[in-house]
Design a binder for this molecule. Structure first.
Ligand code: AMP
Ligand code: MG
Length: 423
């Protein structure tokens, strides 16, 4: 299990900047120690536990990059055509039986090993073949159309670094290196609750003053996209007598207990009291909008092992943004993953905006091509933190830095596609 101290999330300042938040997580949380080997085709999305060194050269031998004729470059006339005898024919999967003789060419196909002594390959489109001979033009550089052993990756060098969240291409590379399994950190286990007396399960009749739960569907999807496993523990009422034992029990076999709702300062917001009864709690007033205070804490589980606790705000958009900026770095850290480089893409703002200095803001935008062909970001017409269609009808978030106070229409802003924030 994760090793968490009671005060690992402590922060005393008034408003916690997003960069400091990520630093606290990196400095005070350790990855879970357990490592397992998974078959290659199950490895995508998992976090690599150790560096993987290439056990072989890739490609394993010098080979032809094209269908054509392998030659010795030294045999070629520098300024005129050269006629060579076609001495042999090698297809992919076969090796030449003898070295290339001076004055000859060998018919070769893509992926076939270079015959010993041959260093250059003519593409078949560039030559004339007749009666067992081939006539090749001048001007081809030595080494053309030949792929060298190890030019993709050399045996012994690091093919995939520890902390890598394995992509489809990473799995393909491991396969090309002949590996059948990879060592990954075990999946992080997350217990997920929604809180609120107003919430109902989809499928049930909707009572007066009731609302179907959106956040468990949202958060379960985000957790799974990060390669963690989620235990869906349903909806908890706004009642401390129910909340505290449920949180305590969940802490026993999970690394993180995640709730949404009930963490503001309203009279019906009991999550903070419940966590304080079974563990310790700090409030992070994260300098972020949307997103209200995020409750962070530690719950002591039944076997004396601490689980992390995060209480997100109940409004779905606030829950989304705070998940992406708080829970995602925490889950990645617990799983030993290197934080991904988030690179906002420059787009043209089709909106004007004013904001307070000192906090980072995220504006939900849809991308469209402007009349001049340039990609423009259009702000969603609804800004409310509870408006789910402001997520479904947009493509991502424009990130406005702490120092920004105004966005003029037509200026360049940084756009983060949802895909870069999920998983
Ligand atoms: P709270 O953070 O509990 O004060 O909730 C803030 C707002 O979010 C209220 O309007 C809640 O009804 C709403 N809300 C809380 N939890 C959920 C949920 N799981 N699904 C949809 N809306 C929610
Ligand atoms: Mg509530």
């Amino acid at each position: 299990m994760a090793q968490l101290t009671d005060d690992c999330f402590a922060f005393s300042g008034p408003l916690l900047p997003v960069d400091d938040l990520e630093r606290i997580i990196r400095d005070r949380i350790d990855p879970v120690p357990e490592i397992e080997t998974v078959p290659l085709l199950r490895a995508r999305g998992r976090t690599l536990a150790h560096d993987v060194r290439a056990p072989i050269n890739l490609p394993p031998f010098d080979n032809s990059a094209v269908d054509g004729y392998a030659v010795r470059h030294a045999d070629l006339n520098p300024d005129t055509d050269t006629t060579l005898i076609v001495a042999d024919r090698i297809t992919a999967g076969r090796a030449a039986s003898h070295p290339i003789a001076p004055g000859s060419a060998i018919r070769i196909f893509t992926g076939a090993p270079m015959p010993e002594g041959a260093d250059t390959v003519f593409m078949q489109e560039d030559v004339r073949a007749e009666d067992g001979r081939v006539i090749v033009p001048p001007g081809l550089k030595p080494g053309s159309n030949r792929r060298l052993a190890g030019e993709d990756i050399a045996a012994g060098s690091i093919a995939l670094p520890a902390g890598r969240v394995l992509s489809i291409a990473d799995v393909a590379l491991a396969s090309a290196l002949g590996l059948t399994g990879l060592s990954v950190r075990r999946r992080i286990r997350v217990a997920l609750f929604s809180t609120g007396d107003e919430l109902t399960e989809p499928g049930r009749p909707l009572g007066r003053a009731q609302l179907y739960d959106a956040n468990r569907a949202l958060l379960a999807g985000l957790i799974e996209a990060l390669g963690a496993s989620v235990t869906d523990l349903g909806i908890l009422p706004d009642d401390p007598a129910h909340l505290a034992p449920a949180l305590k029990e969940a802490a026993g076999d999970h690394d993180l207990v995640l709730t949404s709702g009930g963490v503001s300062t309203g009279e019906a917001d009991h999550v903070r009291d419940a966590v304080e009864a079974v563990g310790s709690l700090v409030f992070w007033r994260v300098a972020i909008k949307p997103g209200r205070p995020v409750a962070m804490g530690v719950i002591s589980g039944s076997q004396g092992v601490n689980a992390a606790f995060v209480g997100l705000p109940g409004n779905p958009v606030a829950a989304f943004v705070t998940f992406v900026r708080v829970v995602r770095p925490l889950l990645m850290r617990l799983s030993g993953a290197n934080p991904p480089l988030l690179v906002p893409l420059p787009v043209r703002a089709a909106f004007g905006y004013r904001k307070k200095q000192g906090r980072r803001e995220y504006v939900r935008v849809a991308l469209r091509r402007g009349a001049d062909g340039v990609i423009e970001a259009h702000k969603h017409r609804q800004e409310g933190a509870g408006v789910l269609t402001s997520l479904t009808e947009t493509d991502g978030l424009v990130e406005l830095s702490e120092n920004t106070t105004t966005v003029e229409p037509g200026s360049t802003v940084g756009f983060l596609p949802y895909a870069s924030l999920i998983g």
